[in-house]
Design a protein around this ligand. Structure first.
Ligand code: KG4
Ligand code: ZN
Length: 327
C-alpha cells in the first residue's frame, strides 16, 4: 500500500511516499529554519504562508523521487494536530483536495503518533508493546505503546517542553536558533560540573522551566561562566530527569524496550546515556535516524498506515486541531 504523507504542523513542509508503513520511497523536507532564524523562533503567520508556497513543489518532488505517479497512490495522509493552526490547515486542506480529486481515502494523523512511528521505519523489527519517550520542541511525553493504535500517556511536562528549554538556553547564551543542535555541539567541549536543580514529582510528569531559569540566571549573574560547561551541565541534568522517569515506568510496567522520538532524540549525549541503559538496566533502546527525529512526512505516512489498518479513516470534515491529544 502506497501512502502519500503530508506534514506541515510547524516550520517544515514535508511530503513523503511510504510503502506498507515501513519502507520510505521518498521523504522531501523543505525547512523554513533560515526564514525564521532572524526572529529567534517560528513566526506562525510566516510559517503558514511559506507552507502554501512550498506544498505543491514539495509534493511533486516527493512523487518524482519515489518514481511513483499520483494515480498509484492508495491513500492520502496528513498531520491534523497538534501544531500551529494556520500551518496545519495548509496540509489538511491540500490533503483533502487530493483525496477528493483522486477519490482515495483521507487519513488524518496525530503528529505525536507520527514521531513514535519514525521508529518503525528505522527498526523493522520493532513492535508494540514498548515505552516511548517523545522529546521535541513542543512535547515531552512518556507513553506506553500498548499497540500500534493504543497509547497510554504515563507522564508529560507540566511546563516547558524539553526542546523549548534547549532553544531558550541557547538563545540566552548567544548560540542562536534552533538551539538544540548548537547546545549539543558546544556541550562536547565542556564538563558537567555545575549543579542545576532537578524537579521530581510523585508521578511520571516532567518539569523543565526551573532548570531553564536557573541556567539563565547563572549566565546573567556570572557572565564569565564557561558556556561549554553550562551546556554540558544542562544536558546532563535534563537527561538524568528523562532517565529517572523512564526507569520508573519500565519497572512499573515490567517493560524492557524503550524508543526515543522527536527532535531532541537526535541529541548525541541523550542517545549515549540511554544506550548505556542496556548494560546497567537491561533496557533495549531504539531511536530513529536523525532525519526521522525532526519533523518529516515519512513518519506521518507510517503512522497513517496503522490508522488505516485500524479503520481510522477521515472524511472531508477533517479539521486542524492545534491541541490534539494522543488519546
Ligand atoms: O520534533 P521537532 O522537529 O519539532 C517539534 O515537533 O517540536 O523538534 C524540534 C526541537 C527543537 O527544540 C530543536 O532545538 C530540538 O528539537 N533539537 C535538538 C537537537 N536537534 C534538534 N535538541 C537537542 N539536541 C539536538 N541535537
Ligand atoms: Zn514534531
Amino acid at each position: 500500500m502506497l501512502i502519500l504523507g503530508i506534514e506541515s504542523s510547524c516550520d517544515e513542509t514535508s511530503v513523503a511516499v511510504v510503502k506498507d508503513g515501513r519502507e520510505v520511497l521518498s521523504n522531501v523536507i523543505n525547512s523554513q529554519i533560515a526564514i525564521h532564524e532572524r526572529f529567534g523562533g517560528v513566526v506562525p503567520e510566516i510559517a503558514s504562508r511559506n507552507h502554501v508556497e512550498a506544498i505543491s513543489t514539495v509534493t511533486k518532488k516527493a512523487l518524482e523521487k519515489a518514481g511513483v505517479k499520483i494515480e498509484q497512490i492508495d491513500a492520502i495522509a496528513c498531520t491534523y494536530g497538534p501544531g500551529l493552526v494556520g500551518a496545519l490547515l495548509v496540509g489538511v486542506s491540500y490533503a483533502k483536495a487530493l483525496s477528493f480529486a483522486l477519490d482515495r481515502p483521507l487519513i488524518g494523523t496525530n503528529h505525536i503518533q507520527g514521531h513514535i512511528a519514525a521508529n518503525y521505519i528505522s527498526h523493522k523489527e520493532l513492535k508494540p508493546p514498548f515505552l516511548c519517550l517523545i522529546i521535541s520542541g513542543g512535547h515531552t511525553h512518556l507513553v506506553h505503546i500498548k499497540d500500534y493504535n493504543s497509547f497510554e500517556v504515563l507522564g508529560k511536562t507540566r511546563d516547558d517542553a524539553i526542546g523549548e528549554a534547549f532553544d531558550k538556553v541557547a538563545r540566552v547564551i548567544g548560540l542562536g536558533y534552533p538551539g538544540g543542535p548548537k547546545v549539543d555541539k558546544l556541550a562536547k567541549e565542556g564538563e558537567p560540573n555545575i549543579i542545576l536543580p532537578k524537579t521530581h514529582f510523585d508521578n511520571l510528569d516532567f518539569s523543565f522551566s526551573g532548570i531553564k531559569t536557573s541556567v539563565i540566571n547563572l549566565h546573567h549573574k556570572t557572565p564569565d561562566v564557561n558556556k561549554a560547561d553550562l551546556c554540558a551541565s544542562f544536558e546532563k541534568t535534563v537527561t538524568d530527569i528523562l532517565i529517572d522517569n523512564t526507569l520508573k515506568a519500565a519497572k512499573q510496567l515490567n517493560i524492557n524496550t524503550v524508543a526515543l522520538a522527536g527532535g531532541v532524540s537526535a541529541n548525541s549525549y541523550i542517545r549515549r546515556r540511554f544506550l548505556e541503559l542496556k548494560d546497567t538496566n537491561n533496557l533495549k533502546v531504539y531511536y530513529p535516524e536523525p532525519i526521522l527525529c525532526t519533523d518529516n512526512a515519512a513518519m506521518i505516512g507510517s503512522a497513517a498506515y496503522y490508522n488505516f489498518l485500524n479503520n481510522e479513516i477521515s472524511d472531508l470534515e477533517l479539521n486542524a486541531i492545534p491541541n490534539l491529544k494522543l488519546n
